[in-house]
Design a binder for this molecule. Structure first.
Ligand SMILES: *[C@@H]1O[C@H](CO)[C@@H](O)[C@H](O)[C@H]1NC(C)=O
Ligand SMILES: *[C@@H]1O[C@H](CO)[C@@H](O)[C@H](O)[C@H]1NC(C)=O
Ligand SMILES: *[C@@H]1O[C@H](CO)[C@@H](O)[C@H](O)[C@H]1NC(C)=O
Ligand SMILES: *[C@@H]1O[C@H](CO)[C@@H](O)[C@H](O)[C@H]1NC(C)=O
Ligand SMILES: *[C@@H]1O[C@H](CO)[C@@H](O)[C@H](O)[C@H]1NC(C)=O
Length: 338
């Protein structure tokens, strides 16, 4: 009897002990610019440190050292698309110049189709998808920012999956999972410049933006992605049907920085996960930044997608002129990575 009790207790400990179960996880973000990858990398690192076998499919290689059980499948082909040397992100300064350019917004809904065509012809993805079946991966984690193409694999192999947003909740994902935008008091992601205190007109436009985005996605953008996927998986449904099955949706927001909004129990805010302790600057930068007599530093950067080198000369002249009028400040301009 004692032996049986010991055996039962031992088995229970063995089953429930941390690290006893290591999952095989596919983390896919083929379409993700540098700022997006900063949200995904700490998750991959932590999963790897906990002993999970993580397969990463991405266009940009992680910039931090990953644990040995993280297998990287990085696509050179997609790197060219993401770096803006080809594809829709090429010269995005031109594209993004006017803030309310509806033609540009409408065109951008065709980008997922273009990207999906690239992904479906990517040999790196072919290898993964030829190797995958319902026993190869226990879980897929996929970016919710224009990566519906990966749904083909999730759908074919009936894999459980988690969505992770590089920013807030995408309106169309919210509709699909039953957590629509709270348009009365929470500004919709993209475009809406309102705060949570809106007058009637602001609420109306907040609502309209959310509905228009949802509609364009549902009737225009998503079906185009489906059409690409159907060449390979003829029965593939509308992507929303797959989105609905997401087990969890992680948002890169935090209650302390964002407006309150109701979230389903399956939606979790993980904002700030990427924050790390500050590192000292290299000596040359340190002495530039702390130059005696200077009132401070202005760091000018357009982020990782819009490249300073593409800035039209007339705009460059405006910025140069403004910085010239501020001789008491040190100015640092990031033109382009790489
Ligand atoms: C991790 O998973 C991949 C894909 O299933 C497999 O090829 C590899 O052998 C696994 N590695 C370990 C250490 O289990
Ligand atoms: C990308 O944009 C640059 C600058 O506008 C242009 O010279 C180049 O031909 C474009 N490349 C592609 C592949 O569209
Ligand atoms: C994947 O499998 C298909 C069909 O079996 C084959 O034609 C194709 O060459 C394979 N791709 C790779 C990269 O192995
Ligand atoms: C899934 O693929 C693995 C590796 O390619 C193979 O060993 C296994 O038999 C396959 N399982 C099924 C159910 O097809
Ligand atoms: C959603 O999940 C259910 C239960 O696992 C499955 O039967 C269904 O086929 C899935 N739907 C899609 C579109 O993948």
């Amino acid at each position: 009897m004692e032996r049986l009790a010991f055996l039962v207790a031992f088995s229970l400990v063995a089953i429930t002990a941390p690290g006893a179960f290591c999952a095989k996880i596919l983390f896919a973000y083929p379409i993700a610019v540098t700022s997006h990858t900063q949200v995904y990398e700490p998750i991959i690192e932590a999963l790897g440190q906990r002993g999970h076998n993580v397969t990463v499919y991405a266009g940009l290689a992680p910039r931090r050292e990953m644990p040995p059980n993280v297998n990287l499948h990085i696509s050179k082909q997609l790197e060219n698309v993401l770096s803006g040397d080809s594809g829709p992100l090429n010269n995005s300064f031109q594209t993004l110049r006017t803030p309310l350019n509806f033609k540009m917004i409408f065109n951008s809904f065709d980008w997922p189709r273009q990207w999906c065509e690239e992904i479906m012809q990517d040999p790196v993805y072919h290898n993964l998808w030829n190797a995958s079946n319902d026993t190869v991966f226990d879980l897929v984690i996929v970016s919710s920012a224009f990566n519906e193409c990966v749904y083909g694999l999730i759908w074919r192999d009936k894999l459980p999956f988690v969505l992770v947003s590089p920013t807030g909740m995408f309106p169309w994902v919210g509709y699909a999972i039953g957590n629509p935008s709270y348009v009365v008091a929470a500004p919709t992601l993209f475009l809406s410049s309102s705060s949570n205190r809106m007058n009637f007109m602001e609420r109306l436009s907040n609502w309209a933006i959310s509905v228009i985005y949802g509609a364009i996605y549902y009737w225009n953008s998503a079906p185009k992605t489906s059409n690409v996927l159907r060449q390979y998986f003829p029965e593939f449904p509308h992507p929303n049907e797959v989105t609905k099955n997401a087990s969890l949706y992680l948002l890169n927001t935090d209650i302390s920085m964002d407006y309150p909004r109701p979230l389903l129990p399956s939606v979790k805010e993980i904002g700030g996960l990427h924050c790390r302790s500050a590192q000292p600057l290299p000596e040359d930068l340190e002495s530039f930044v702390t130059k005696p007599g200077s009132s401070g530093l202005i760091l000018f950067s357009l982020g990782s997608t819009v490249k300073g080198v593409h800035m039209p000369p007339q705009f460059r002249a405006v910025f140069t002129e403004v910085f010239r009028r501020l001789p008491e400040y040190q100015v640092m301009v990031l033109i382009s990575r790489g």
